[in-house]
Design a binder for this molecule. Structure first.
Ligand SMILES: Nc1ncnc2c1ncn2[C@@H]1O[C@H](COP(=O)(O)OP(=O)(O)OP(=O)(O)O)[C@@H](O)[C@H]1O
Ligand SMILES: [Mg+2]
Length: 510
């Protein structure tokens, strides 16, 4: 089979009802390139890549490989041509083993002893690219990073020359992301090429050699990485400069809003994952939880918000015990929650946008009078959210599943923040958002605090925590290693705590 030396997408246009997702887009990628594809939420990145993968047929335009046109009717054709794609949400069968998943739909294995053949292939490719996985493990037993390696192996074994990855690091720990980059570098050295979709400027500048930026369906620029700065890229992405650090009102923190003491919580596997955790969030403060994902943050938030039972300890809100109440009870007492897996838990995919905009309060005034839903009010509310949060939706009647990932996020954040909760618990609220949208959300968190409410912010993004928080706790293996004042501490100390060292003399202990 001929290898891909140069691939061109020419004048690609693709519309959905009411939206031009791609307009006359041109893209070129050569063997050995890692091309970064950067752009705001809804810019059309995933759509363009779905065209290249044969999932969508463009309305106009064509694809050329090594000077010859390539016609794609389905992903089967693109795989045959050497194009592989790994979606943001993995498409593996959870109950099957790694081996079974890789073999699934692979029709080039010999008739006799196909298992032995697949095993050898996995071994060979694992070694060549440093893709460590145990072929006998079931998918549900694997971490996000390992599942991703299975997906990569799967495409490489199918002879992918060009690998498309849609926001691959959004599910990875920083450590796993580094491992992924090593794998990508090995691929490049072996004559493959990669298209990497990402929102993270840092990532694009450190791993890619070229970048293409999109905005509202069009290409706003392409460049060699060595010729552009992060500020240039941000400008191409959002059409304006990034503003500096964020302004906050002087608010004197009041009494405790949320008190967590001695809290222990088990993981899905029934193992202790949060252990004897204790902290307070005061009125009028943003309390941050830093730390690498997977150290019990998710389970802690679930226990506080009533989605998971705690084993020991207590949680109280404004002095009243709320330990292990139902999620609805806790919500009614004034806690709003932006969950980590927001698409799964935060919306109903098939319902239209406007109905999703009032979830959890659809049964209350002004959206209902106990008997009947007040649709004019609901629609008005939805329209306000669209305008205020700059949601890119064709109309408020589209089902939420048709929105891009980032726009779904804006919907949920807007819905939770606009209810003016006493306490807002937000887990990774700007994950997957572009620079402009992330900044807007951070300002909203600060507004929530400035009007006297409290915020518990769980994030992996230290820069974000430093921009908005009044105090930051570092969590490691289910415990708090220390609490610091962001205006008076050093980053190295926080790094050490994130790696499991208890707080020593890193700034003031508060
Ligand atoms: N299947 C679809 N039906 C209708 N509209 C769609 C569909 N897929 C995407 N769109 C719309 O096309 C536009 C581009 O979406 P796309 O998913 O390509 O953006 P993106 O750049 O990948 O954004 P994000 O960074 O948020 O993932 C958006 O306005 C989106 O709402
Ligand atoms: Mg996308």
């Amino acid at each position: 089979m001929e290898r891909i030396e140069i691939l061109e997408m020419k004048d690609i246009t693709k519309s959905f009802i009411g939206v031009k997702a791609n307009q006359d887009v041109n893209l070129v990628i050569e063997k050995g390139d890692i091309l970064g594809l950067l752009g705001e939420n809804g810019a059309g990145k995933t759509t363009l890549m779905n065209v290249l993968y044969g999932l969508y047929h463009p309305d106009k335009g064509h694809i050329i490989v090594n000077g010859k046109p390539l016609y794609l009717r389905s992903p089967k054709d693109s795989m045959k041509a050497g194009i592989g794609m790994i979606h943001q949400h993995f498409m593996l069968v959870q109950k099957h083993t790694v081996l079974e998943n890789i073999a699934l739909g692979f029709d080039e294995a010999p008739f006799f002893f196909p298992q032995r053949y697949m095993r050898k292939q996995i071994e060979e490719y694992s070694q060549k690219f440093g893709l460590n996985v145990d072929p006998n493990k079931k998918i549900w037993e694997l971490s996000a990073g390992e599942q991703q390696r299975v997906e990569i192996l799967k495409t490489l074994i199918r002879n992918a020359d060009l690998l498309i990855m849609d926001e691959p690091t959004s599910v990875l720990t920083p450590q796993e992301a580094e491992e992924l980059f090593d794998i990508l570098r090995k691929m490049i050295n072996n004559g493959h090429s990669v298209i990497l979709i990402s929102h993270k400027l840092e990532e694009i500048t450190s791993i890619c050699n070229r970048v293409m930026v999109m905005r509202k369906g069009k290409v706003t620029g392409t460049a060699l990485i060595k010729d552009v700065s992060k500020v240039d890229l941000a400008r191409m992405m959002i059409g304006r400069e990034l503003s500096g650090s964020l302004e906050k009102k002087e608010v004197k923190p009041g009494k405790p809003m949320l008190e967590v003491s001695n809290l222990s919580v088990n993981s899905d596997q029934g193992l202790p994952i949060v252990q004897n955790l204790g902290f307070n969030v005061l009125w009028g403060e943003i309390f941050g939880i830093a730390g690498v994902s997977g150290n019990g943050q998710r389970e802690m938030v679930e226990a506080i918000t009533g989605l998971r039972k705690s084993v020991t300890g207590s949680v109280s809100l404004e002095g009243k015990d709320i330990t292990n109440l139902t999620a609805r009870d806790i919500h009614n007492r004034g806690i709003s929650h932006v969950p980590e897996e927001r698409i799964k838990f935060g919306t109903v995919a098939n319902l239209p946008f406007f109905e999703n905009s009032v979830l959890k309060k659809h049964h209350k005034t002004p959206f209902s009078n106990r008997m009947l839903m007040n649709y004019p009010n609901i629609r008005d509310h939805a329209k306000n959210l669209v305008a205020k949060y700059n949601v890119d939706a064709a109309s408020i009647s589209v089902p939420v599943k048709n929105l891009s990932g980032g726009n779904i996020q804006k919907l949920i954040l807007g819905r939770e923040i606009s209810s003016e909760p006493n306490l807002l618990i937000a887990a990774h609220p700007t994950y997957g958002l572009d620079v402009g949208a992330a900044e807007f959300i951070r300002k909203e968190l600060i507004n929530c605090r400035d009007r006297g409410g409290s915020v518990l912010l769980v994030s992996e993004d230290l820069e974000e925590l430093f921009q908005v928080c009044d105090r930051i706790a570092v969590m490691f293996e289910g415990r708090i290693m220390g609490i610091v004042d962001p205006n008076n501490c050093n980053i190295d100390g926080i790094g050490l705590m994130m790696a499991g060292l208890e707080q020593q003399n890193q700034g003031e202990n508060i």
